[in-house]
Design a protein around this ligand. Structure first.
Ligand code: N01
Length: 531
């Protein structure tokens, strides 16, 4: 049973909710966590598809708040697989005794502000209500699954799966005719594994994607020990990296445009072998300048052509646009999978999937039959989880109405008209463009210290100032417009969900964001109104 009243409610038991709850309990608050899933883990609880793995290295994708935890936890691989990360989240919850603060299988469907006493009342799908003074949404950036509204979706009689809501018991595709719709990160990771089991695999691709081999490998004990011997220093350097990770690696600041063709190729080859995101460190201007970017894009295409034997399939797999304005993918044997005789690529860029029918799907005048269809079709990113919840602020203003033309926040943490409500890694914060665990830890510290300050000052409510928020939105847009990010149909812009406002949602600029929040805190929270 939920209590009727508490000091603070934290929604979500992912890495954000976990550290947030811990911090609020340290303040001595009566805090209740609510989670729609059955355990801790968030993203890593839901995304159990085969091959699911992090694209930030294990030694960096972890909490920093406990030196003992950091020293004791052993990561077996360079990039951790989903079960390992899930086990880590659950270990942290137990070790720091956060489990007893959470109620699982509780989906928050409403949150309504009462201005008479500055409280929030949250309602769950299970029919309960809980009133609190502080409400923190730790609901994740990629947690609201997106299944396109294909005609005939419910007519299909075979099994369907979404990569972001994978069955806990796993799925055995042995002997089955399988379709995967989508070629984003989730598809690129799962396709090689599904192909090993399936009798036949058809991949329906609307937009080809850039992917770099992850170069995953066991993490040698000596490597982990060397990092742990100086962990603080690595963490500190990472705080000053543009995405809060990757300080191990040398980033070359030179322009690709002034390099000779030989230097260019040699350097791209060297960074290709480093794997994943590190490839973009080969030159200093790859994500800033379209001509520079074209060199990196062409290098990746040349690798695809070298790998995929059938020239027609290789050409279809070659992405056409800017590299890294959609999230770059990291794979293990993705392109090689198309050399298997039972794996077929179907291009739906010109002739979209028309409909599902009882036995399969139709596109381009062809009918394909399947035993199972996997939707690797992504998420209603960054705003989806918040807007699906029915949040009502001051004077009956709904978040849905306020954000009807795109999200507006102050620092990606609060939004005016919604007092005493915080978002962890919300739209308008670096969030998905930085190491997520560092991001949530940073926000948990900022939010908990702000609540502590509020109470010490004797205030009962705090909210974003409209002018500060307007300025923040302008700054965010201005920064994005100086980069290549707005130039493709990415989920960063909401372009993957029909009808969603096309607005660049994350804030570009990790290290200076941290400085900015430090300054705001030192100045007793400029840009906020208190009462
Ligand atoms: O989702 P996506 P995802 N008909 O949105 C296609 C993180 N992540 O789950 O590009 C046909 O990237 C869509 O096509 P298009 C990471 O941040 C991290 O793969 O819109 N196709 C696209 O190909 C990542 O970016 C890790 O034209 C349709 C695909 O579905 C984010 O999660 C692993 C369609 C969706 O790709 C999301 O990745 C996994 C339609 N109607 C995820 N609608 C790692 O850490 C959509 N598509 C490694």
């Amino acid at each position: 049973m939920l209590p009727k009243r508490c000091d603070a409610v934290v929604v979500g038991a992912g890495f954000g909710g976990l550290i947030m709850t811990l911090r609020l309990r340290e303040l001595g608050l009566d805090v209740v966590g609510l989670e729609r899933g059955g355990d801790f883990g968030g993203t890593w609880y839901w995304n159990r598809y085969p091959g699911c793995r992090c694209d930030v290295e294990s030694m960096e994708y972890s909490y920093q708040f406990s030196k003992e935890l950091e020293q004791e936890w052993q990561w077996p691989e360079r990039y951790s697989a989903q079960p390992e990360i899930l086990a880590y989240a659950q270990h942290v919850a137990d070790r720091f005794d956060v489990r007893r603060l959470f109620h699982f299988n509780r989906e928050v469907v409403s949150a309504v502000f009462d201005s008479t006493d500055s409280t929030w009342t949250v309602g769950t799908r299970e029919g309960e209500a809980l009133t609190c003074s502080y409400l923190i949404m730790a609901t994740g950036c990629l947690s609201a699954a997106n299944i396109p509204a294909f005609a005939g979706l419910n007519d299909y009689k075979g099994r369907t799966y979404h990569t972001g809501a994978w069955p806990h018991g796993g799925v055995d595709f042995t002997g089955q005719r399988v379709a995967v719709i989508g070629t984003g990160s989730s598809a690129i990771q799962s396709i090689p594994i599904i192909a090993r089991q399936a009798k036949s695999l058809h991949v329906f691709q609307r937009t080809a994607n850039y992917s770099i081999p992850a170069q995953n490998a066991p993490l040698p004990e000596e490597t982990a020990a060397a990092i742990k011997a100086n962990y603080g220093e690595l963490r500190e350097r990472n705080w000053n990296q543009p995405a809060a990770f990757g300080a191990y690696y040398e980033r070359n600041p030179d322009s690709v445009l002034t390099a000779t063709p030989e230097e260019r190729k040699a350097r791209f080859e060297r960074y290709w072998v480093m794997g994943g995101f590190m490839f973009l460190g080969a030159f200093g201007d790859l994500v800033m300048n379209v001509d520079a970017n074209a060199h990196a894009a062409e290098f990746v295409r040349s690798k695809i052509r070298e790998t995929v034997k059938d020239p027609g399939t290789a050409e279809l797999l070659c992405p056409k646009g800017i590299i890294a304005c959609k999230r770059l993918c990291a794979d293990t044997g993705y392109f090689e999978t198309y050399n298997l005789p039972h794996v077929k690529l179907v291009d739906v860029s010109q002739k979209p999937i028309e409909r599902l029918n009882p036995t399969g799907l139709e596109t381009g005048g062809n009918h394909y039959e399947f035993d199972a269809i996997v939707f690797a079709t992504g998420f209603d990113a960054m705003t989806g989880a918040l807007l699906r919840m029915g949040i009502v602020g001051e004077g009956g203003l709904t978040l849905k109405d306020k954000w009807s033309a795109g999200p507006r926040t102050w620092l990606g943490v609060t939004t005016s008209g919604f007092p005493n409500l915080w978002m962890m890694t919300g739209p308008g914060s670096p969030s998905v463009l930085a190491n997520m665990i560092t991001g949530v830890e940073h926000h948990a510290d900022f939010i908990s210290r702000q609540i502590e300050w509020l109470r010490k000052q004797g205030h009962t409510r705090i909210e974003a100032d409209v002018a500060a928020e307007d300025q923040w939105v302008d700054t965010l847009n201005q920064r994005a417009s100086l980069t290549l990010y707005p130039h493709c149909n990415s989920w960063y812009l909401g372009a993957n969900v029909p009808g969603k406002p096309r607005v660049f949602m994350p804030y570009l600029g990790w290290p200076d964001y941290v400085q900015r929040l430090r300054q705001i805190e030192a100045d007793d929270y400029t840009g906020f109104k208190v009462a």
